[in-house]
Design a protein around this ligand. Structure first.
Ligand code: FAD
Length: 580
């Protein structure tokens, strides 16, 4: 076969070779990136793209914004057409061509079209079939009012229903697509209920950040129900009714099913391609278990860059980049770079806020048995004195021994994308948390801080690594209140607005003079300091530690505590005893 015999030198002999056929299954993110790159590398190859749907190269990430009306025209979703791809790249793009079987010995795929079935031979085959929406076995999900959001057709159907007078929507599943769908439908003026079976929305986000997004959804008028699932959909004449596990009944004109995706790989698994829990197993160049067959995108299993956990990563960036690298491996293998292990960097908007993440979260670190330390910070995105300053709620996980960065997440109204992208770059570069101090980031008052939030995370991390800082965390509250003196160093007014029962209030500016009081109140117990965000209690901590006390400061302060506690801490924090 041409692939195996061809010398590895780029150019040269390659151009003299007889035409070869690259067949690509799936004409969107990974598949189309591969096709375009293959053409840029080789003008002689025959490149056929087989796509089951009606469109190729469509903006699947843009679909929710079409439903919400921000993207006005459906034409904007169609980035390319078969005709434009023929003109620009000489690609043979065949829509409504469903690949239903594969013979890896004969190097042949079987395709079903409206006209019947036929076979196509290949020299190299690239599988980029993506993922399908999971459809749990719930009664009533076949109602026509239930819709997934994966294709242009889905988005058009949802917007048509909105425009023809739908008033109430229920979104089942509050992952990224569910949150985007809920926001879109709310923007169109519908009453929206979001149902999430997991304990909190956006399950990959840490609970104390997810609660900020949940509050933002509530502010936008979306009803969020967490920790409860849908049991069935009861179809009706004028509307359907979604019945939840706790008996709640919610009327709905539209039901969006967004409870997750699974790799769309059945035809390839049946052909003997190795899969792991439905996802195609590939090597670092995207090669599958069958010679001459590559796979990329949502359909493949990836090894997480931080934890080593193997799972599919359903994100557009990794799919696009892997498609490009697979074309390199097919056409110039000697210089093809390996496909990097993904970090899962992602971002989602909800109302005025963005939530973003990169690397591992607490749950995956625990699952992988990796020890970690966590920082919570709430710095402003730009100079506090410049109008419009807003907090970036930032979490950074790192290894306590060598300081290796493990993951980061942030929520805020502005500047979240910049911080997470910088941290994603740092993670990819294998940096340690204290390396973040040295990052030379752009600054002027409207854009940042002379000590950027990322630098500040580095400083706090270095302090923790070197023992200059000790922290306690919101989930230790019960143990702390029973075993330690809780020292609240906020102002009297802040203390009066809500504090941990039994805590002692000494504003940080008075602490030096009142240190004997702390010694007396502690009576040999540890002192656990806190303030609003962790800045003032760190100043206090340094004084307490140097006064010989066993001291630690609450990571992220009362802001993080409230976000981590059920009901925003209202059941625990008290305004009683504020005079103490
Ligand atoms: C609503 C929505 C919003 C999203 N937003 C974001 C975002 O903001 N950021 C982000 O990073 N990611 C986002 N994603 C995820 C991102 O779109 C996917 O990770 C990415 O498209 C995966 O690329 P892929 O090539 O693996 O699959 P896809 O791009 O899904 O393409 C697969 C194509 O293969 C076709 N196909 C499947 N099987 C066959 C077959 N047997 N024969 C022929 N054709 C077949 C399918 O019809 C499909 O068109 C979003 C996804 C959706 C649905």
């Amino acid at each position: 076969m041409w692939l195996d015999l061809r010398p590895d030198t780029p150019g040269g002999i390659l151009a003299c070779m007889p035409e070869k056929r690259i067949v690509i299954v799936g004409g969107v993110a990974g598949g189309m990136s591969c096709a375009a790159r293959a053409r840029r590398l080789d003008e002689t190859a025959e490149i056929i793209v087989l796509e089951r749907g009606d469109e190729v190269s469509f903006a699947n990430c843009g679909l929710p914004y079409y439903v919400g009306g921000e993207i006005e025209s459906r034409d904007a979703l169609l980035v390319q057409t078969p005709e434009s791809l023929r003109a620009a790249f000489d690609l043979d793009v065949r829509v409504r061509h469903d690949v239903i079987a594969l013979d890896t010995d004969a190097r042949q795929v079987t395709v079903r079209t409206a006209e019947g079935t036929s076979t196509i031979d290949y020299d190299a085959l690239v599988l980029s079939p993506g993922a399908r929406a999971v459809r749990p076995p719930l009664p009533g999900l076949d109602s026509p009012r239930v819709r997934t959001l994966r294709t242009v057709g889905d988005a058009i159907a949802l917007r048509d229903r909105v425009e023809s007078g739908a008033k109430r929507a229920v979104v089942l599943g509050a992952g990224f697509i569910g949150v985007e769908a809920a926001e879109a439908l709310r923007m169109q003026g519908l009453e929206v209920d979001v149902i999430e079976l997991a304990p909190h929305i956006l399950p990959p986000l840490e609970a104390e950040l997810a609660s900020l997004i949940r509050d933002e959804m509530a502010r936008a008028g979306i009803t969020v129900r967490e920790g409860v699932g849908a049991e069935r959909v009861e179809p009706g004449e004028t509307h359907d009714t979604v019945v939840l596990g706790d008996g709640t009944r919610i009327p709905a004109d539209i039901i969006v099913l967004s409870v997750g995706v699974r790799p769309d790989t059945e035809a390839f698994e049946a052909a003997g391609i190795e899969v792991e829990r439905g996802a195609i197993v590939v090597d670092e160049h995207g090669r599958t278990s069958a010679p001459g067959v590559w796979a990329v995108g949502d359909a493949v299993v990836s090894t997480d860059a931080v934890t080593g956990i193997r799972r599919p990563v359903a994100l557009a960036g990794p799919a696009n980049r892997a498609g490009r690298l697979v074309a390199d491996d097919i056409l110039r293998p000697s210089t093809a770079r390996p496909i990097p292990t993904p970090l899962g960097t992602a971002i989602v908007r909800m109302g005025e806020l963005a939530a973003a993440m990169t690397g591992a979260n607490r749950a995956s670190l625990e699952q992988a048995g990796i020890e970690f330390e966590t920082l919570h910070l709430h710095p402003n995105q730009h100079a506090g004195y410049f109008p419009g300053a807003q907090q970036v709620h930032l979490i950074v996980h790192f290894a306590p021994g060598d300081g290796r960065l493990l993951g980061a997440q942030a929520v805020g109204a502005d500047g979240v994308d910049k911080r997470i992208d910088v941290l994603a770059t740092a993670l990819r570069a294998g940096m340690t948390v204290d390396d973040l101090i040295d990052l030379d980031l752009s600054y002027s008052p409207p854009y940042g801080q002379a000590k950027d939030p990322v630098n500040l995370a580095g400083m706090a991390g270095e302090n923790l690594l070197r023992g200059t800082l000790s922290v306690w965390h919101a989930d230790e509250l019960e143990a702390v209140t029973s075993e330690a003196l809780v020292l609240d160093v906020r102002s009297r007014g802040e203390f009066a607005s809500g504090h941990i029962p039994g805590s002692l209030n000494i504003p940080h500016t008075e602490l030096r003079d009142r240190m004997p009081e702390v010694h007396d109140a502690a009576a040999g117990r540890p002192v656990r300091a806190l303030c609003a965000s962790g800045v003032r209690s760190n100043i206090a901590h340094r004084q307490l530690a140097q006064a010989g006390l066993d001291s630690a400061t609450l990571s992220g302060g009362i802001l993080t505590l409230k976000a981590a506690l059920p009901n925003g801490g209202r059941d625990i924090l008290t305004t009683q005893g504020a005079e103490s």
